[in-house]
Design a protein around this ligand. Structure first.
Ligand code: COA
Length: 195
């Protein structure tokens, strides 16, 4: 390596180091905010609204004022995440948001659900991204996995443990791996609210 290349490589590795330190500090800060805000009192309105405002500010996510985010929710790239009003995100949900992950209103995301809008090209393993969209009044059962590029229609249900590899139409109840439609709900709209 000639001296110029050497200097360039040193500068690059310094930049990588600074970036990694910044990313780590940010993750630690978000983790601390999450722990602090997990006291039960913060789940009650109007404290929940304050919590969502602080979380939005700290993470860059778009959190509606009346959504409820429980403890242990983790995300990569919070900035790509948007969660609608009256939507409940249960404990230990994980979101890998390489592209946008949009969750509508009055939806329930069950415990330990995994949502990814990033993946890897099967041939080259290069990183890939595709947005995920979860509609309004959707219920995603515990430990379901939602893969990149998926759209889940309004009023649909995803069963516990399902692996959603294809879009789910509105009102469908889908279960299994890969998730397939078991039946359709009637068109009656949910009136569920968090409070
Ligand atoms: C998907 C779900 C809502 C369906 O409920 P349901 O309409 O009452 O369905 P049923 O219990 O009548 O089951 C219908 C069939 O689907 C099967 N089934 C139900 N849920 C399933 C699931 N998650 N995965 C695979 N198969 C499932 C049942 O075994 C049954 O099969 P069969 O007809 O061959 O006997 C429910 O089973 C579920 O997964 N709920 C999630 C609960 C949860 O995650 N709770 C924690 C967060 S609050």
């Amino acid at each position: 390596m000639n001296p110029i290349e050497n200097d360039l490589e040193t500068a690059r590795s310094k930049r990588r180091f600074v970036f990694n330190m910044y990313a780590t500090a940010r993750q630690v800060f978000i983790g601390l905010v999450m722990v602090f805000l997990d006291f039960p009192a913060f789940n009650l309105s109007p404290l929940n609204r304050a919590k969502n405002a602080i979380l939005s500010r700290a993470t860059g996510a778009q959190l509606a004022s009346d959504c409820l985010i429980r403890s242990g929710v983790r995300a990569e790239n919070w900035r790509n995440i948007s969660i609608g009003n009256q939507t409940y995100v249960a404990h230990s949900v994980t979101m890998h948001a390489g592209a946008s992950i949009v969750i509508g209103e009055q939806s329930i995301i069950g415990p330990e659900v995994f949502i990814a809008s990033r993946g890897h090209d099967p041939q080259t393993l290069h990183p890939t991204q595709a947005p995920v969209h979860i509609g309004d009044r959707v219920f995603v059962g515990a430990r379901a996995v939602i893969l990149p590029g998926i759209t889940i229609g309004d009023d649909a249900i995803v069963g516990a443990g399902a692996v959603v590899a294809r879009d789910i139409p509105p009102l469908a109840v889908a279960v299994g791996n890969p998730a397939t439609v078991l039946k359709y709900k009637t068109a009656a709209r949910s009136v569920w609210t968090i409070a």
